[in-house]
Design a protein around this ligand. Structure first.
Ligand code: ZN
Ligand code: FE
Length: 255
């Protein structure tokens, strides 16, 4: 049985996620922007929290943790590289490490760029990846600490996962991301139809997160730095994928 996934909207535009293993009863939350909505989502299902997985140290991903742990003691897992600036960890992990929630193995990927130390969690059996502010729906996180090369490396790693993987990212930024994507990849038919789908979903008050990796590969400009059409639109035909990625990220910052 794959893990059951619940998307939990938090704060203005953050997402936390619950995963639940029905056999063992184990339940993990990925990131804790605030405690209230996560407590409510657990209570509504009668689930007992067993693990907290932290992707990176930013306040909007960790600030609800003390309040959550006060009611729901759980094992806290986060990046060893960021242990000094994360809440206290019970398990400090790095790329290549893995652990289990119920019977599902979670593999740790280093996806630095937004911060240096940002990690993602990939659960291959359930085809889930938790990317927070690295790969996002139609976007990628702003480079607060890392270089374009680091973020491109992170994108390349995530792009290599199976296309039917569900990408659980940290924010509802997709409407703006779609407007931006159209400026660098205007003739991409898959992007045009996804943009309509995003507008329909938001008009109905629905989240656009999570998304399928294959759809990101087809439409997300930050996964398409090798695409000749994007290079052409940017007047960068023949440029390296890193140069194209750097330019796309810089334009997104100014957008
Ligand atoms: Zn962040
Ligand atoms: Fe964030």
């Amino acid at each position: 049985m794959p893990l059951e996934l619940v998307t939990v909207p938090c704060l203005e535009d953050n997402y936390a996620f619950l995963v639940h293993d029905a056999d063992s009863g184990e339940t993990a939350v990925i990131d804790v922007p605030e405690a209230g909505p996560i407590k409510d989502a657990l209570a509504a299902r009668g689930w007992t929290l067993s693990h907290v997985l932290l992707t990176h140290h930013h306040w909007d991903h960790v600030d609800g943790l003390p309040d959550l742990l006060a009611d729901h003691p759980a094992k806290v897992i986060g990046a060893a590289a960021d242990a000094h600036r994360l809440p206290p960890l019970d398990l400090a992990v790095a790329e290549g490490d893995s652990f289990t929630v119920g019977s599902d193995r979670f593999e740790v990927l280093n996806v630095s760029g937004h911060t240096v130390g940002h990690i993602a969690f990939h659960a291959p059996a359930s085809k889930l990846v938790f990317t927070a502010d690295s790969l996002m729906a139609l976007g990628c996180g702003r480079l607060f600490e890392g270089t374009p090369a680091q973020m491109l490396d992170s994108m390349t790693k995530l792009a290599a996962l199976p296309g039917d993987t569900t990408v659980c990212s940290g924010h509802e930024y997709t409407t703006t991301n779609a407007k931006f994507a159209a400026t660098v990849d205007p003739e991409n038919a898959a992007l045009i139809s996804r943009t309509q789908d995003i507008a329909d979903k938001r008009a109905a008050g629905m989240p656009t997160v999570p998304s399928k990796l294959q759809l990101e590969l087809d439409t997300n400009p930050f996964l398409r730095a090798s695409d000749p059409a994007i290079a052409r639109t940017l007047d960068m035909t023949g440029a390296t994928p890193l140069d194209v990625f750097t330019e796309v990220r810089a334009r997104r910052d100014r957008f």
